[in-house]
Design a protein around this ligand. Structure first.
Ligand code: MG
Length: 136
C-alpha cells in the first residue's frame, strides 16, 4: 500500500463551498467516497469529535488555513493536543500569502501543506507523501 485506501474517512474543511466542492471532486476522482465536510475549524472539530464517539473516526483531515471562527492552524493545534489524534494525517490548504506562516504549522505538526490553487495530480502526490509519512 502506497496510498490511503479508498475507504478512508476524510474530512474536508473550507469556508468556501466552491473550494470544498473542488477538493471533494478531486478526492472522488481518486476513488474516495467517505468524505465529510465542514465550513470552519469549529465545525470541523465537532465532526472529528462525533466521528470518535460513533466509532467511525476521521482518518484524514484536509483543512483550509484562513477561515472564520477557527482557523486551520488553531484547529491543527487543538487536534495535536488530543492523544488519539497525534498521528492523524492533517493537510493544510494555504494561499500564497500564508506561505511564510507555514513554519508555525510545521512546528504544530502539520503533515503536509498545499498552496492553492492546485491540480489534482499535485494533490494526489502530496497525499502519497502524507500516507508515507504516517505509515513508516
Ligand atoms: Mg478560507
Amino acid at each position: 500500500m502506497t496510498m490511503f485506501p479508498p475507504e478512508t474517512r476524510i474530512l474536508v474543511i473550507d469556508d468556501m463551498p466552491s473550494i470544498r466542492e473542488l477538493v471533494k471532486n478531486q478526492l472522488r476522482g481518486m476513488g474516495y467516497k467517505n468524505i465529510q465536510e465542514a465550513a470552519d475549524g469549529e465545525e470541523g472539530l465537532k465532526v472529528l469529535v462525533q466521528g470518535n464517539s460513533n466509532g467511525s473516526p476521521i482518518q484524514l483531515v484536509i483543512s483550509d488555513w484562513n477561515m472564520p471562527k477557527m482557523k486551520g492552524l488553531e484547529l491543527l493545534k487543538q487536534v495535536r493536543g488530543v492523544a488519539e489524534w497525534q498521528n492523524l494525517p492533517f493537510v493544510l490548504l494555504t494561499s500564497e500569502s500564508e506561505r511564510e506562516q507555514v513554519t508555525e504549522a510545521v512546528l504544530a505538526g502539520v503533515s503536509q501543506y498545499i498552496v492553492k490553487p492546485f491540480a489534482a495530480k499535485v494533490f494526489e502526490e502530496k497525499l502519497k507523501t502524507v500516507w508515507a509519512k504516517h505509515n513508516k
